[in-house]
Unconditional design. Structure first.
Ligand SMILES: Cc1cc2nc3c(=O)[nH]c(=O)nc-3n(C[C@H](O)[C@H](O)[C@H](O)COP(=O)(O)OP(=O)(O)OC[C@H]3O[C@@H](n4cnc5c(N)ncnc54)[C@H](O)[C@@H]3O)c2cc1C
Length: 288
């Protein structure tokens, strides 16, 4: 727990926990729509992963360099971002092409700074906000990012590569070292997705295994318990009412809709262009 807290530091300045807790506007955190995926969270995941995870390494070389290229290529291909963010990702991809399998801290931050002029990404969480400092935020947004990417690639024979790129990203860059080991062990069977099992279901199952393991742990935000997802409240159809096991056919449909581009909310982006192109209206979870 101490490791996890240290590695996922709170976005707001550290003070005594009691003081911090008072400062979090819990009602505000709980006011966001849990049936949506917020683009603000996805962009925050990009920002944090580029600046604080990859950006924490002194040198990025060999396998880590390959994993960074793989991660950015995958984002470039499947991230359902705004035009500016996609231009930004193209620029990162091109910058890496000219490097010879090795980057030091300065070079990587120069690349990031140059790309900042295209789009100033920020770390602003919405759906992944926490009611307690140090919880949720980046790891929450990273899960959502990977679910969205897998959703975009699902059905194509490349979705396996997305899962592979995710595994490699976690191995090389995820700051929580014990999570890296857990995830490597949990995904040794990754090749099963080549045998017909759909990628989104694979990731859903694995994520639920992590939820089960962490249920009741100190990393759990009491207002966002680590339950088997989607909960019965979110999607009644996803559960067999008699056995209270998942109805996988319905879960597949739910995942497809939940992580689709049409369920992305561009609200709270502080970007006039995006604000004016809002086309969504809130829906209840069960309408998904
Ligand atoms: C690959 C990976 C491995 C991790 N391993 C560890 C670990 O070993 N130990 C540790 O302490 N922490 C680990 N973490 C962090 C941990 O899983 C949580 O991300 C973190 O505690 C924040 O939890 P959360 O309540 O915001 O929900 P998260 O589990 O982060 O989920 C984020 C959002 O995804 C959606 N969601 C939840 N479950 C599913 C599902 N099954 N399928 C699809 N969508 C879902 C929900 O909308 C939820 O709010 C790991 C994170 C990642 C990305």
């Amino acid at each position: 727990m101490a490791t996890v807290k240290k590695l996922f530091p709170p976005a707001i300045p550290q003070q005594s926990v009691a003081e911090d807790v008072q400062k979090v506007d819990i009602a505000n955190v709980l006011s966001y729509d849990r049936s949506k995926v917020y683009m603000s969270d996805l962009e925050a995941a990009l920002f944090h992963s580029f600046h604080k995870e990859v950006g924490a390494l002194k040198v990025i070389e060999e396998g880590d360099f390959d994993h960074l290229v793989e991660y950015i290529n995958m984002l470039h291909k499947y991230f359902p971002g705004t035009e500016k963010v996609m231009t930004y990702l193209t620029s990162l991809k091109q910058s890496l092409r000219s490097k010879r399998k090795k980057l030091n801290w300065n070079q990587w931050h120069q690349i990031l700074n140059a790309s900042k002029e295209i789009v100033p990404l920020r770390e602003k969480y919405i759906g992944c906000l926490s009611t307690q400092p140090g919880l949720r935020e980046f790891p929450c947004a990273l899960w959502q990012l990977f679910h969205v990417l897998v959703g975009q690639a699902n059905g194509s024979n490349q979705c396996f590569q997305v899962l592979q790129a995710m595994r490699n990203y976690i191995t090389s860059f995820f700051a929580c070292v014990e999570c890296r080991t857990h995830w490597q062990d949990a995904t040794t069977d990754l090749s099963v997705v080549n045998n017909g099992e759909l990628c989104s279901l694979y990731l859903w199952r694995k994520h639920n295994e992590v939820n089960r393991r962490l249920n009741g742990s100190p990393t759990e935000d009491p207002y966002f318990p680590k339950e088997q997802w989607p909960t019965h409240h979110m999607c009644k159809r996803c559960w067999n009412e008699t056995t209270m096991n998942f109805n996988v056919t319905e879960v597949k449909k739910f995942l497809h809709l939940f992580y689709s581009s049409s369920n992305l909310s561009f609200e709270y982006m502080d970007d006039e262009e995006n604000k004016t192109s809002l086309h969504w209206s809130p829906r209840k979870c069960d309408e998904l």
